[in-house]
Design a protein around this ligand. Sequence first.
Ligand code: C5J
Length: 223
Amino acid sequence: KPTLGVINAEPEPIKLDWPSTALLIIDMQRDFMEPGGFGETLGNDVSQLARAVKPIGAVLTAARDTGMLVIHTREGHLPDLSDAPPAKVERGAPSLRIGDPGPMGRILIRGEAGHDIIPELYPLDSEIVIDKPGKGAFYATELGDVLEKYGIENLLVCGVTTEVCVNTTVREANDRGYRCVVMSDGCASYFPEFHEMGLKMIKAQGGIFGWVATSAAVLEAMK
Ligand code: C5J
């Protein structure tokens, strides 16, 4: 297998060294993807997110085949809510608040069924799972240390939602010097227009936060 690949990305193609590249899958949890979870309690149509599952699955399979480092993240809080800011818990008028009992267990709480990753993309035991209390995957987590330990310089980023946790994480990563390639069809939003704009914001101005490419372009480069 070649150790270098060129992804046909926007705003321009990017050459990546695979051993220093990780696949970062953001928050593909039942709480965001399925009825009865955190996303739906906020009034969202969770069916909008389903389209990202297959493209992510295809790249996840390719990453596993090539031995690429795979990192999954999960947004959620400790059962005592000690890591959940009141400003987050009290906000708005959701049908259920963070920590309330729902059909998949307590909403957005670590260890509950709803907090777990959907079966289609379930992590292997050998893969890294980062639990994060915020939207960005670097804030209050060990992600930075993990990337340094594995010599990672580039991130293939996908997951949900495009304009919230994906964008926040890409912005955090960009400031830390990582090259981020965001998979356009491997992300989704409850608001299709936010998905479009979220991708445009990343690749505008010569790639101000990073690059955007389809899963097909990523798979082609990994061949
Ligand atoms: C949200 C996320 N949308 N994973 N979280 O609240 O994007």
